[in-house]
Design a protein around this ligand. Structure first.
Ligand code: GLU
Length: 498
């Protein structure tokens, strides 16, 4: 079925894509999918000063990793300069925009002057005729200045009358008095449009039906509404998504907040020339978990249900049910989601990841690693936590926990280890059940306390008092290796005791 729904994600390539930006992409994707519409990626790269090498590739990689795939584009605004030039011409022609030649220093002086009087300088209706622009000078003078190559900007001639009514699908009607707004710059003499012009022109030409973006763009909405009117274009629907707040709820979630919490706020690791950042992918988070978590940043299904795949989000998501108040970033919730998805994930693919990430594991069979993953992943929240939880099943302990080591260090322990080794050697079918039976039988017979055997055994096999069931562990690492590790501990103990 043909659909008129066309939405876009329009990031500026100014650095790594923040989780808030990816959430915007997700909500656009969900809305497009559930309406059989198109989801367009548009790279808004007209601000040369803020352009960062590699950011565009990062955006696409992050979308790809999370499965938030666009169906049209990517378009790049820097390829469309002619389009914006034509459209600024239209506004100039209509008298809805004007050339301004004021230098940065002059404007700065005005600003300081106003500040000294306790006022704010706004370039708009009340002073535009006193400033250096085409509204305040002869046409010939303007032409001469342009011919002479004088630098200029083109400003929007903001309306002076009538309240501007902006409709937002999440917030309802927002009314603004245009007299309080400034004449925003739309275009510069270097042939580049600013965000506002390029954004509105593209949304119109690309037939965008719904503009879904972050709340930080709400203040730009009145200008955008005026621009649509100035061109005589029909407006799309607007929806401004709530901000993502740090866990205290005071302020926008920043990279610094993430650093403090020890979690990333970016989907992928970023290694830029000027900044580095951790990524959820590299920290062992699963894309399915991140998507599920992001969906709940500002939306919920209105039921107890929490686990949603990308597909089920498409059928359940409702743009009009998105909250207008800020959404707190709850790390524990993210870990909870990640734990859930990790348990659902196939052990073989986790094993492949573990093998790839750990040099110590080159020659191991993926089947064995998958088995170890299955035995231990229940305690892991992230992929990166899996290996430390099962490494002892493949590599000998490099050191012993000092406290436990000192506690068990005795002649009796040496004797117990020696006897334990001969018991183990006796077990023919080296399986958990048989091991448990024989060893427990021997403990009872000798009237040893359970701990006096289990603690040294665990210390020998793991290096600390952690890990899965001891007999299961022995079965996994095998008879020979179990004995070797026990002998290793007793050798070390002997040096200490004797
Ligand atoms: N380029 C803007 C940004 O970086 C896009 C805002 C919008 O979606 O209109 O977020």
């Amino acid at each position: 079925m043909e659909s008129n729904v066309r939405v876009r994600f329009a990031p500026s390539p100014t650095g790594p894509l923040h989780i808030g930006g990816l959430r915007t992409a997700l909500f656009n994707y969900l809305f497009a999918k559930q309406n059989n519409g198109e989801f367009i990626l548009r790279i808004e790269d007209t601000d040369k000063n803020r352009f960062v090498e590699g950011a565009e590739q990062y955006i696409e990689e992050a979308m790809n990793w999370t499965g938030i795939n666009f169906s049209e584009g990517p378009y790049k605004q820097s390829d469309r300069k002619e389009v914006y030039k034509k459209h600024i011409g239209i506004l100039l022609e209509k008298g809805m925009a004007y050339y301004a030649f004021d230098g940065a220093e002059e404007l700065d002086a005005h600003r300081k002057n106003h500040e000294a009087k306790g006022k704010t300088f706004i370039y708009n209706w009340h002073n535009r005729l006193k400033l250096s622009n085409s509204l305040a000078m002869e046409k010939r003078e303007v032409e001469e200045k342009i011919l002479n190559g004088e630098r200029y900007v083109v400003r929007f001639k903001c309306y002076e009358e009538n309240t501007i009514k902006c409709n937002d699908l999440i917030r309802g009607v927002v009314s603004v008095d245009p007299k309080l707004l400034d004449d925003k710059i739309l275009y510069k003499s270097d042939g580049m449009p600013t965000y506002h012009l390029a954004n509105v022109v593209d949304d119109h030409l690309m037939k965008i039906s719904h503009v879904i973006r972050g709340e930080e763009w709400l203040p730009s909405l009145p200008l955008h509404v005026m621009l649509y009117d100035a061109f005589g274009w029909e407006k799309p629907s607007f929806a401004h998504l709530p901000l993502i707040l740090n866990p205290t709820g005071k302020g926008k979630l920043s990279k610094r907040d993430g650093d403090k919490l020890g979690v990333p706020v970016f989907p992928l690791q970023w290694q830029g020339k000027e900044s580095q950042a951790k990524g959820f992918r590299e920290e062992g988070y699963l894309p399915e978990a991140l998507v599920n978590f992001m969906a709940f940043l500002g939306w919920n299904p209105g039921s107890e249900e929490e686990v949603f795949s990308l597909e089920s989000l498409v059928s359940n998501f409702n743009l009009e049910k998105v909250n207008s108040s800020g959404a707190k970033f709850d790390v524990e919730k993210l870990k909870w989601f990640n734990h859930k998805y990790l348990q659902l994930k196939d052990n073989f693919s986790i094993a492949e990841h573990v093998i790839k990430e750990n040099k110590e594991l080159k020659s191991e069979k993926v089947e064995m690693v998958a088995k170890a993953v299955g035995l231990t992943k229940e305690r892991a929240n992230t992929l990166t936590e899996v290996w430390p939880l099962c490494s002892y099943l493949f590599v000998r302990p490099k050191r012993y926990n000092e406290k436990v080591y000192n506690k068990i260090s005795s002649e009796l322990t040496l004797k117990i280890i020696e006897e334990l080794c001969s018991q183990i050697k006796k077990v023919e079918s080296f399986k958990e059940g048989a091991l448990s039976e024989i060893i427990k039988g021997w403990i009872n017979e000798k009237e040893y306390s359970f701990g006096s055997v289990m603690q040294p055994a665990r210390l020998a096999l793991v290096g600390e008092l952690k890990g899965i069931d001891l007999f299961l562990m022995m079965e996994f690492i095998g008879k020979e290796e179990s004995v070797t590790r026990l002998v290793e501990l007793s050798k070390t103990l002997k040096v200490k005791i004797i």
